[in-house]
Design a protein around this ligand. Structure first.
Ligand code: BV8
Length: 252
């Protein structure tokens, strides 16, 4: 049963639980970067991208069918990263590491903002938009050599086009990263899910694995999601406002 009414009471309850927790994991989604100015996946695509669905662009088929379009979409998202910075929610999640013995951020995001905010232990389930490898062989590219504003993907020395180092729909997640995340879900005392619609698998299965294994599941989101009914506590509101309140109580 989740409780969302009178969220201050539940923010206090969350801080209380964190004070005695040993191993905490946070699963974050695009919602925690929204207050940094990065549109979420489910927000209507804006501007040039309004006519495309991310599910179509973020696929190997999409890239093979229209490498220029997909390359330009990622290029515009990578360029956007130059203008944004972590928000109060990212910084608070990084600060949490000072209050719990073990903290891991498991993120679905590819924007690197958790690391920029100072989080030291981050599992990137879906890779990183600032890494590149070639499509055919996976040869890594040096990001410094990938300039902005190209209309077509540059080619690897082996001749294959470079692609962003992210996990596309239909692609498997990096095995080691996923099994570490599943292990954490099975062993965490507290599993906090922040800013995700809980639609994309296998990431979305992690809170259910955690609950099954006996963790206290806490969700932070302005809207209910398929995870909300499983959560022990539902803190309804934006990540950038709720996280600093939790940390404020841990500091006091
Ligand atoms: C896999 C990187 C095994 C790329 C991403 C058919 C064929 C193939 C696969 C499937 C299929 N049908 C289903 C699948 C499985 C598929 C899937 O789950 N599809 C969904 C759409 C049903 N999954 C996969 O394909 C995965 N691989 O299964 O491999 C396999 C292999 C072959 C064949 C079958 C299976 C790979 C999934 C990874 C895809 N890559 N990202 C890129 O970024 O370009 S996923 C993408 O979605 C992002 O990573 C994003 O983070 C993620 C999830 O979205 P959210 O983070 O939750 O963001 P969203 O916009 O949805 O929600 C935002 C939330 O924030 C909302 O709840 C909102 O209320 C909240 N919010 C808003 N403001 C705030 C806030 N919260 C807090 N504070 C705020 N201020």
């Amino acid at each position: 049963m989740s409780n969302s009414i009178n969220s201050h009471v539940f923010i206090e309850k969350t801080a209380e639980l964190l004070k005695s927790a040993k191993r905490v994991a946070i699963l974050s989604g695009a919602g925690v970067s929204k207050e940094s100015g990065i549109p979420t996946f489910r927000d209507a695509q804006t501007g040039l991208w309004a006519n495309y669905r991310p599910e179509d662009l973020a696929t190997p088929q999409g890239f093979l069918q229209n490498p220029d379009l997909v390359w330009q979409w990622y290029d515009s998202r990578r360029k956007k990263l130059l203008e944004v910075s972590p928000n109060a929610g990212h910084y608070a999640m990084a600060e949490l590491a000072q209050f719990v013995p073990e903290l891991t951020v498991i993120t679905q995001n590819v924007d690197g903002l958790h690391q920029q905010a100072g989080s030291k232990v981050v599992l990137e389930l879906h890779g990183s938009i600032t890494a590149f490898r070639c499509f055919a062989k996976g040869h890594p590219a040096n990001t410094d050599n990938i300039e902005f504003g190209l209309t077509s993907p540059p080619k690897c020395h082996c001749g294959s086009p470079y692609r962003p180092g992210v996990v596309w729909f239909g692609e498997s997640l990096p095995g080691d990263v996923l099994s570490k995340a599943q292990q954490l879900a099975k062993s965490a005392d507290i599993f906090i899910v922040a800013g995700t619609s809980g639609i994309v698998h296998p990431a979305a299965s992690l809170p259910f694995i955690a609950k099954e294994a006996g963790a206290t599941v806490i969700e932070i989101n302005p809207e209910p999601t398929p995870i909300t009914d499983t959560a022990d506590i539902f803190l309804q509101g934006p990540s950038g406002q709720i996280w600093p309140k939790i940390i404020g109580l841990l500091k006091s």
